[in-house]
Design a protein around this ligand. Structure first.
Ligand code: SF4
Ligand code: SF4
Length: 220
């Protein structure tokens, strides 16, 4: 059977005979396969195949498939974190993101006036799951999904996902990537608290300045 596997004696090496076994790696590999094959009947850890789609392997937290848009709160439109800065669109290597910025600003989930994308589409048939869009987004608005079940017979329309299809709540992000989501939530909460404190301080300073102007006029 394994013709490639044979042994031969070579000349002396430091006074000792050296044995060279050709095909040793193949034998070791087959031994591992045989151990897993036999072991899979008794040890579930050795069973590397499952009866998909009835059975599924748990998805690792680090898994990544395609990007999706995160929104805060209950309203997918109002809570969308994306401010249509278009950085991801420019940085995407295969250019599979298409964004059209809205012409008016709207209040976001924190009440701050922001632009939003009127159109945000990703062509999943072109996306190579590199995650660059996620890394360059300054607003934690786009994250990688773990869902891989996008089989379709419609090669173009079926894999061109729209803003509505891409938008998913932060709760979903927390569920699929709990560690990363906790870090992002903490950072965003701190940023928002800082922004609110600054807005309060600015308002107080403005009110004081206005009072200082009004006072002399009242006296007069
Ligand atoms: S994961 Fe990569 S290829 Fe896919 S949309 Fe993001 S940047 Fe583009
Ligand atoms: S997902 Fe992020 S990088 Fe892309 S347009 Fe929206 S805010 Fe900008």
């Amino acid at each position: 059977m394994w013709i490639l596997c044979w042994a031969r004696w070579t000349g002396k090496l430091d006074g000792q005979n050296e044995l060279i076994v050709f095909g040793e790696g193949i034998i070791k590999g087959l031994a591992v396969t045989a151990r897993n094959l036999v072991g899979s009947y008794t040890d579930k850890e050795r069973l590397v195949t499952v009866q998909y789609p009835e059975e599924r392997v748990p998805i690792s937290e680090n898994a990544r498939q395609f990007p999706f848009l995160v929104f805060d709160g209950e309203d997918a439109v109002k809570g969308l974190r994306c401010v249509a800065c278009q950085i991801c669109e420019k940085e995407c290597p295969p250019q599979c993101i298409y964004i059209v910025k809205d012409s008016v600003r709207k209040p976001d989930a924190a009440g701050k006036m922001q632009f939003q994308p009127r159109v945000f589409e990703i062509d999943y048939s072109v996306c190579m799951s590199c995650q660059i869009c996620v890394e360059v987004c300054p607003f934690d608005a786009i994250k990688m999904d773990v869902n891989y079940e996008f089989g379709t017979t419609d090669r173009f329309g079926g894999l061109l996902l729209t803003k509505t299809q891409l938008s998913k709540p932060n709760g979903y992000f927390q569920q699929i990537h709990p560690v990363e989501a906790a870090e992002v939530d903490g950072r965003l909460a701190a940023d928002r608290a800082k922004a609110e404190a600054k807005a309060r301080a600015d308002a107080e300073a403005k009110a004081k300045a206005a009072a200082a102007i009004v006072k002399p006029e009242g006296k007069a």
